[in-house]
Design a protein around this ligand. Structure first.
Ligand code: GDP
Length: 345
């Protein structure tokens, strides 16, 4: 799963990327169009931490997502190379500048949010217009034509595709287009160092709510400093900032939820692990993430919610207490289920 960082030049994308990955991509004026940095990030997960404390396993494995810094382009608008790269990721995080620039230029987050929205709407508009012209000519698919005409009317009214009420069937019909204004989007407000413990400004909260978008706040500069610090010094520094964990943890979890992934957990003396699976995945399919043999030979799955396992201390105790359930192949795995598959090959 890939998440793209987008935003206007100098919003702080490279800095956020470095904070997330602990890498050292160049910041400042390096936003060459089409530049792409990719880094893999572990999804912080207190459930895995807790299971790991319980089992003291040889290995602890967190879910991972890949972040790509898509760059911004040089001009006020997004470069075409950036727009194309945006279509290749699963979800977008827009870094929005809310800190004053060195020149003293004050931030204008609402404008940045609206700007990116307009750019994605225009890019989608071009595609829809072209496709409609073709469908009108060859009359091959009247249903798709009618749907695209509805989309076009929405885009003309400056509505992103995600705000045009579509049902599942319509969404499937459109999935090949990879509309930018339909992609899951999380706003990342990059605030000044002295604002990290403050709530985001009301007008930004409203802008996010109106669009039904998620909003997370961090100071990329501070987060990058934390990421580059020796790990034993990090907790004390984080606490001195008035935070209970680095803001990037919250951000990574929000990004993970954005692509509709949940975590199935496995626990034991060898390994405690979070397995990313799509929401609403049935047990056999989820088993296939671990190994295709387990999916093929699936018999049943024993499930215990992670809180119960932590509270009671072992699977045996959970069984005694009636907290361990046996489920069949129709069972839909829930976020935080600790699972044990029974299979036969
Ligand atoms: P990009 O063009 O979006 O990739 O932006 P960069 O990450 O290169 O950041 C642009 C400039 O803003 C750099 O000089 C960063 O050091 C600075 N910057 C980024 N985030 C922050 C922040 O949270 N606070 C402050 N004061 N400066 C920041």
């Amino acid at each position: 799963m890939k998440i793209g960082l987008v935003g206007l030049p100098r919003a702080g994308k490279s800095t956020v990327f470095n904070a997330l990955t602990g890498l050292n991509a160049e910041t400042g004026y390096s936003s060459a169009p089409g530049k792409k940095h990719v880094g893999t990030v572990k999804v912080p997960d207190q459930r895995v931490d807790a299971l790991s404390r319980l089992y003291k396993p040889k290995k602890t494995v967190y879910a991972e997502i890949a972040f790509t810094d898509l760059g911004g382009g040089a001009g006020p608008g997004l470069d075409r190379a950036v727009l194309n790269a945006m279509r290749e990721v699963d979800a977008l995080c827009q870094v929005v500048r809310a800190f004053p620039e060195e020149s003293g230029k004050s931030p204008d987050p609402l404008n940045e949010i609206a700007d990116l929205e307009t750019e994605t709407i225009l890019a989608d508009f071009e595609i829809v217009e072209r496709r409609i012209a073709r469908l009108q000519k060859d009359r091959s698919n009247p249903r798709e034509l009618a749907l695209l005409e509805r989309i076009l009317a929405g885009l003309e009214a400056e509505k992103p595709v995600r705000a045009i009420g579509l049902d599942d069937r319509e969404r499937t019909m459109l999935s090949g287009y990879r509309f930018l204004s339909q992609m899951p989007l999380l706003l990342v407000l990059n605030v000044a160092e002295d604002q990290i413990a403050a709530p985001p400004p009301q007008h930004v909260i409203r802008a996010a709510q109106e669009r039904a978008l998620g909003l997370t706040v961090l100071s990329a500069q501070v987060e990058m400093d934390i990421a580059h610090m020796p790990s034993e010094e990090q907790p004390e520094f984080v606490e001195s900032l008035g935070l209970d964990e680095p803001a990037k943890n919250r951000f990574i979890r929000a990004a993970y939820a954005l692509i509709d992934l949940i975590s199935m957990l496995t626990a034991g003396p060898d390994e405690c692990r979070a397995w990313p699976i799509a929401r609403r995945t049935r047990a056999p399919r989820a088993a296939g993430k671990i190994h295709s043999d387990i999916e093929r030979g699936f018999i049943r799955v024993e499930v215990v919610p992670w809180q119960d396992l932590i509270a009671l201390g072992s699977e045996a105790k959970c069984r005694e207490a009636g907290k361990l359930r046996v489920e069949g192949k129709e069972y839909i795995i829930q976020d935080g289920d600790v699972v044990h598959f029974r299979f036969n090959v």
